[in-house]
Design a protein around this ligand. Structure first.
Ligand code: PGA
Length: 253
């Protein structure tokens, strides 16, 4: 059976004092978790603090972006090897905010995915449609295009070392969650698209749902057959809420 994963995405939030409280609370609560892996993706400057505070805990962590390049003259870019040095297991790749605000194309996202895989990090590849695309009926086309860019660059086998997160852009930070049925339909489409290349990779692929997941709606989402956990933004900044979501994912198994 595929393992469950709930990953927090702190985005550009936090400070040393609030992180210390949040990580301490998450660490304590995660000690009692069974049947789900809990992770936090924190801003780069807080990776050192996260590594210190989560050492030996039942919580993994990661970055929110990674350079598509290796070491060298790439001002401002953080390499996959640097993330590994700070104990990261995961890195978000192609989050919709990176795509829309920072202009990352499918090709750039595919290159970042490849850099993560080559270094031994587990990329969490984010895909998802805008409201306009959903209303135009092209959701599956958009998500397949985003996925294909990665598969054609790295090969389908690389997905065995990766996680996919379906995040409809219209549901991110809006309080408007996809219904469990809407999310399940796209998750099934993603798994089907991967299965067309390799059924065994598709069967083992963890596909997370993200977009306004809260403790109150998590259990229904995680009850769907192709939803293997969540990518949690706002709610991951509140320890009780985040841990309740983790527990809901464990229960869904
Ligand atoms: P949200 O964000 O949970 O605040 O909607 C999810 C994400 O952007 O990963």
């Amino acid at each position: 059976m595929r393992g469950r994963l709930v990953a927090g995405n702190w985005k550009s939030n936090g400070n040393l004092a609030s992180n210390q409280r949040l990580l301490g609370d998450v660490r304590a609560a995660a000690a009692g978790l069974r049947g789900v892996e809990c992770a936090v993706c924190v801003p780069y400057p807080y990776l050192f603090q996260t590594q210190q505070l989560l050492a030996g805990a039942a919580v993994t962590w990661g970055g929110q972006d990674v350079s598509q390049f290796g070491a060298g003259a790439f001002t401002g870019a953080v390499t996959a090897v640097m993330l590994l040095e700070f104990g990261c297991r995961y890195v978000l790749v192609g989050h919709s905010e990176r795509r829309s605000i920072f202009g990352e194309s499918d090709a750039v996202v595919a290159a970042k995915f490849e850099a993560a895989i080559k270094a031994g990090l587990t990329p969490i590849l984010c895909v998802g449609e805008t409201l306009q695309e959903r209303e135009a009926g092209v959701t599956e086309k958009v998500v397949s295009r985003q996925l294909d860019a990665v598969i054609s660059n790295t090969g389908v086998a690389a997905l065995a070392q990766a996680v996919v997160a379906y995040e409809p852009v219209w549901a991110i930070g809006t309080g408007r969650t996809a219904t469990p049925e809407q999310a399940q339909a796209v998750h099934a489409c993603i798994r089907g698209a991967v299965a067309a290349h390799d059924a065994s990779v598709a069967g083992g692929l963890r596909i997370l749902y993200g977009g306004s997941v809260k403790a109150a709606n998590a259990a229904q989402l995680f009850a769907m057959r192709d939803i293997d956990g969540g990518l949690i933004g706002g709610a991951s900044l509140v320890a009780d809420e985040f841990m309740a979501i983790c527990r809901a994912a464990a229960r869904g198994q």
